[in-house]
Ligand binder design. Structure first.
Ligand code: UD1
Ligand code: UDP
Length: 371
């Protein structure tokens, strides 16, 4: 029996790996083991509970204000013991976090094959997003299986000289997760508060945006909300204390924004689907929102998800206060501009990514996702 170990540690990895854990557990020819690094704590537990995934190992490395050095060294030491004990035939990692990179590095040191889920995303600027672009490129050097979500991601890997036989276009597992979350009759007290006004949904957390860029983002949002009484914003805030302090300083006394604790992924998807507009620097939300046809202003300088930009749903607006203010205002005042962006597209998957990955690991034939 082939032993497959999945290692992940943050909220978005968990959202995208838990559906895969549950699929792999149905396969009789595979033994599935889950190790979480605990790079996140509360935000990770929330997702594990939603998908009923109970990890076999938890390295519990999170500490407040952790640096990249803390995360890297603590995971590297912790994961060695687990890998040496379990001796998996393949280790699956996801995307581009420090958990992902360090686990792949440990596997390389121990010569254990790595499968990279959500492989091949690129901005080609290792400082944007930071440190994620470095992480994902570094994993591609060692990975044996590359599960690319889209054909563009496959092309990025081929351009870097990866063996075509190691690349599989599967779609993104987040679309699989969404099949279980969206409910027509969904209600929530925050949505009742918004009522008939326009729901503006906000998230922000990127490391390279901490400091001035984040203050710029919040100031622009504040100005627009002050000028548009028909809008209410809901912002489930990341647990990073630096983010919380900036949000409190810029938005704390604004009565048309509710800053709430992180919500369950089930709630998050239903909020997104009911939003008039989303402002975010998140990666995952860029993949989810196009499916609902909800326009997204991406508050970053680069994106590794150009499929959504091409589909018309995402617009990259950077982190300057004036640009965010102008673009946000435009979508509230210019109906033509809004409708240009507000249409459903699904460039990231068809809901069968987990099944494809499981088939590939079992050595079965698979039909690629053709976006
Ligand atoms: C990490 C990933 C990033 C990913 C993001 C998803 C790295 C370097 N960064 O960034 O790629 O987009 O997760 O959200 O891998 N905290 C808590 N409880 C939690 C989670 C976080 O208190 O459950 C606080 C802690 O103080 C922690 C801080 O948030 O030190 C930052 O967490 P960290 O994982 O270092 O960075 P993220 O910005 O979350
Ligand atoms: N999300 C969530 N609760 C929240 C905010 C976000 O479940 O309060 C989900 C969201 O639907 C998406 C993922 O978390 O699937 C994105 O995570 P995040 O923005 O933290 O990380 P990134 O995708 O940028 O790496």
């Amino acid at each position: 029996m082939k032993k497959v170990m999945l290692v992940f540690g943050t909220r978005p990895e968990a959202i995208k790996m838990c559906p895969l854990v549950n699929e792999l557990k149905t396969r009789k020819s595979l033994e599935t083991i889950v190790c979480v690094t605990g790079q996140h704590k509360e935000m990770l537990t929330q997702v594990l509970d939603t998908f009923n995934v109970v990890p076999d190992y938890n390295l519990s490395i999170m500490k407040e204000g952790q640096t990249l050095f803390d995360i890297t060294t603590n995971i590297l030491h912790g994961i060695k013991e687990v890998l040496e004990k379990e001796k998996p035939d393949v280790v699956l990692v996801h995307g581009d976090t420090s958990t992902t990179f360090v686990t792949a590095l440990a596997c390389f040191y121990l010569q254990i094959p790595v499968g990279h889920v959500e492989a091949g995303l690129r901005t080609h600027n290792i400082y944007s997003p930071y440190p994620e672009e470095f992480n994902r490129q570094a994993v591609s050097i060692v990975s044996k299986y590359n599960f690319a979500p889209t054909r563009l991601a496959m092309k990025n890997l081929l351009d870097e000289g990866k063996d075509p036989k190691s690349i599989y276009v599967t779609g993104n597992t987040v679309i699989d997760a969404m099949a279980h979350t969206i409910k027509k009759d969904y209600t929530h007290p925050e949505l009742d508060w918004v009522g008939k006004d326009k729901l503006i949904f906000i998230t922000a957390h990127r490391r390279e945006n901490l400091g001035q860029p984040m203050h710029n983002m919040f100031r622009a949002i504040r100005r627009v909300l002050d000028e548009h009484p028909d809008c209410k914003a809901v912002y489930p805030i990341h647990m990073n204390p630096i983010v919380r302090k900036a949000a409190d300083e810029e938005l704390g006394d604004c009565d048309r924004i509710h800053i709430i604790d992180p919500i369950e992924v089930f709630d998050c998807h239903n909020f997104e689907a009911r939003s008039y507009l989303i402002l975010t620097d998140s990666g995952g939300i860029q993949e989810e929102a196009p499916a609902y046809g909800v326009p997204v202003l991406v508050m970053r300088d680069t994106t590794e998800r150009p499929e959504g930009v091409e589909a018309g749903t995402l617009k990259l607006v950077g982190t300057s206060e004036e640009v965010i203010y102008n673009e946000f205002t435009k979508l509230l005042t210019d109906e033509k501009e809004y409708h240009k962006m507000a249409h459903a597209a699904n460039p990231y998957g068809d809901g069968h990514a987990c099944k494809r990955i499981a088939d590939i690991l079992e050595g079965k034939n698979y039909k690629p996702f053709l976006n």
